[in-house]
Design a protein around this ligand. Structure first.
Ligand code: 5RP
Length: 304
């Protein structure tokens, strides 16, 4: 089968390679001239035979929305667009309606696997019409991990369901990472466990907490046993926030995912105004000691 692939960054570049390895023809387009197969989006569309399938793998938000709108102008009735980025699921209805007006199909697809997907395959969760899913199935089969289809691929529901599933997947990812991280800090803080990396490594087999994220933590500790080559500053790309917003909308308690999201926000603060307020209030009501502000956090002297 032939596929157009827009966006050849960290994810798209490896996906093109994996799809080619499965014997399909991929025409990729990226603004980076070193990796692109087409000179423009219009050239990509020209290089494909109708009915075309074009997979969009560019950063979520305005860039994805604009790329899909541009494709709507270039493609023809009977073509199909797949958004494989981490778009918010609420964008999917808008994209699908825009394209449906031009008789172009639309699928939203959550893709998990990161930079390891080239060899391991990608977990896929798809939203959209069954006939469109069927059209793209050779590509989904090329991308998903080897083994039974249902263990690496789900047609999750109608338009939006794929990105909704990926949003929840990423929320779970936040919670799991935070739990491993807190366990790591607790092991480090206690002087009882003498070899923290070796202890965590031993959890890789047989234990209840073994997982791929744990394997990746072991890999990180192999090269930096105390993780002191980097700062504990953690960004987020939106899916954790959307998961928490959805939990509020649905009145579903999600304390672990929320705490993991807020831990990321806390990681970006050197000296938190909120904790200055708490220290100040303890001092007000109980005369408890506070530290005077110093040139760097934690270096202040104690005052009662
Ligand atoms: O989808 C992913 C993994 O599944 C991406 O790596 C995503 O960027 C991770 O989310 P965040 O940047 O918010 O940590």
């Amino acid at each position: 089968m032939q596929l157009g692939l827009v966006g050849l960054g960290k994810m798209g570049f490896n996906m093109r390679e994996r799809i080619r390895r499965a014997g399909h023809e991929v025409v990729g387009y990226d603004r980076n001239p070193e990796v692109t197969d087409a000179s423009s989006l219009a050239d990509l569309v020209d290089k494909l035979e109708a009915p075309r399938v074009v997979w969009v793998m560019v950063p979520a938000g305005d860039i994805t929305r604009q790329t899909i709108a541009d494709l709507g102008e270039l493609l023809a009735p009977g073509d199909l667009v797949i958004d494989g980025g981490n778009s918010r699921y609420t964008d999917d209805k808008v994209n699908a309606e825009l394209l449906a007006g031009k008789e172009i199909g639309y699928l939203d697809t959550g893709v998990s696997g990161g930079v390891w997907g080239l060899d391991n395959g990608y977990g896929l969760m798809v939203g959209g019409a069954a006939e469109d899913v069927e059209k793209a199935m050779p590509i989904f089969d090329a991308l998903r991990p080897e083994g039974p289809r249902e263990e690496g691929f789900a047609h999750a529901g109608q338009v939006g369901a794929g990105h909704f599933a990926k949003m929840i997947h990423n929320g779970i990812e936040y919670g799991l990472m935070q739990a491993y991280a807190e366990g790591f800090e607790l092991l480090e803080a206690s002087k009882l466990v003498e070899n923290v990396p070796a202890t965590i490594k031993a959890w890789q087999r047989g234990t209840v907490v073994r997982s791929w994220l744990l394997d990746l933590l072991v890999r990180a500790l192999d090269s930096d046993p105390e993780l002191d080559d980097l700062r504990g500053h953690v960004e987020d790309s939106g899916e954790g926030r959307w998961t928490v917003e959805e939990a509020i909308n649905l009145a579903v308690p999600a304390p672990v995912i929320s705490a993991a999201l807020f831990a990321r926000f806390a990681s970006r603060q050197d000296d938190s105004p909120a904790m200055r307020a708490v220290a100040s209030l303890r001092n007000q009501f109980g005369g408890h000691a506070v530290q005077a502000a110093g040139p760097t956090s934690g270096s202040g002297s104690t005052q009662s």
